[in-house]
Design a protein around this ligand. Structure first.
Ligand SMILES: *Cc1c(COP(=O)(O)O)cnc(C)c1O
Length: 364
């Protein structure tokens, strides 16, 4: 028997979450963001659930190739654009739209020989200071692109640094609107947090880029849980108990003996550890479901195992089902954001870190 751990990718949840994005950004066209192998879900596995999108956005050229190999003939956007001049040949061959965020990328385009002009997304740095032209350089970059025979349409793009938090987007939006004021072309501004939290026509124009929400993660946990946004988990990580340990008061558990039983208790040992992508840096008490019942981890997570308190589930035993995140038995659910929060990280990181050794099944 293989080790009992497995992950599930729920196609219907992906489709449902895309519908939530559409409802929150009515009138906009929708990129499903599938970078990082569809946030760890697997591009091929997620494709059926996400193909209702108007386009796919990602940043790795090999991943773009995989989207085309699935038969997708619609838009594919490279969020970081070309990394070197010859990437533009791949853009031509695969008909990719690509981001232009720096002057060098315009130089490469100017010397690129292409049969058909390319659609580019000109990126403004609206305050995140990661990628993009400064507000003062934006308009001259636009004029340079506009003069190139290699360039077809120019879409105006920015990315918010604070759409998920208290700072908000007002300042970045003002920077964008000023830099873009009378330039023609479509716009794309919003990630999941902006789609859900900042429902204004200028934010939702003309293309929105739904990443984490497509996978059922909340972009602003713990302020809002995924259930608040009506999202459903697209990934379940589940395993089973492979041992049960009765502890007496004073007994300890796991490496470093960081947990000491204050009373008699039953502990379940789960076939899941950090080598499966479960976060090692989570405190005792990190939420977990055993047979669909909420309980918590105890002690340190090790490479292949972790321990859970069976107090709330006295009937659990060897082979009992354990839900690390996602959908549990009998309608139970454990949002990945809660586990991430207990580990001092975000749901994005846990999804992306699902380890290659975990078998994954796509289900409806
Ligand atoms: C990753 C990414 C997104 C999606 O962000 P989420 O927070 O996952 O919705 C959107 N736009 C750009 C440029 C990105 O890199």
């Amino acid at each position: 028997m293989p080790r009992p751990i497995e992950a599930l990718v729920h196609r219907s949840a992906l489709a449902h979450n895309l519908a939530c994005a559409r409802a929150a950004a009515p009138g906009a066209r929708l990129f499903a963001v599938v970078k990082a192998n569809a946030y760890g879900h697997g591009i091929e596995r997620a494709y059926d659930g996400l193909r209702g999108a108007d386009g796919f956005a990602l940043l790795d050229l090999a991943e773009a190739e995989r989207v085309r190999a699935l038969g997708w003939r619609g838009p594919v956007l490279l969020l970081e654009g070309a990394f070197e001049p010859r990437d533009l040949e791949t853009c031509s061959r695969l008909a990719l739209w690509h981001t232009v965020h720096c002057a060098e990328q315009i130089d490469w385009l100017a010397t690129h020989k292409c049969e058909r002009p390319q659609r580019v997304f000109l990126k403004l740095n609206s305050g995140m200071n990661r990628l993009g032209f400064s507000p003062t350089a934006f308009r001259s970059a636009w004029a340079r692109l506009d003069a190139l025979p290699q360039v077809d349409e120019i879409t105006l793009m920015t990315h918010f640094s604070d759409a998920d938090g208290a700072r908000g987007i007002a300042q970045a939006l003002a920077v964008f609107e000023d830099a873009a004021r009378d330039l023609p072309g479509e716009r794309t501004l919003a990630n999941s947090a902006a789609i859900l939290r900042h429902r204004r026509p200028q934010v939702a124009a003309d293309w929105v880029r739904a990443g984490i929400m497509s996978y059922g993660g909340s972009p602003d946990f713990p302020e809002h849980a995924s259930s608040h946004w009506g999202l459903r988990p697209a990934m379940t990580l589940r395993s089973r108990l492979i041992a049960v340990q009765p502890l007496e008061r004073g007994d300890r558990i796991g490496y470093g003996s960081t947990f000491t039983a204050q009373e008699r208790m039953r502990i379940g040992i789960v076939a899941c550890g950090y080598a499966d992508g479960y976060p090692r840096h989570c405190a005792s008490g990190t939420p977990v479901l055993v047979d669909g019942v909420a309980t918590g981890t105890v002690g340190r997570v090790s490479m292949d195992m972790l321990a859970v308190d069976l107090g709330p589930v006295p009937h659990a035993g060897l082979g009992s089902e354990v839900t690390l995140w996602g959908e549990g038995p009998r309608g139970s659910r454990l949002p990945i954001d809660e586990v991430a929060h207990a580990a001092g990280t975000i749901g994005y990181e846990l999804m992306c870190a699902l380890a290659p050794r975990v078998p994954v099944q796509a289900v409806d």
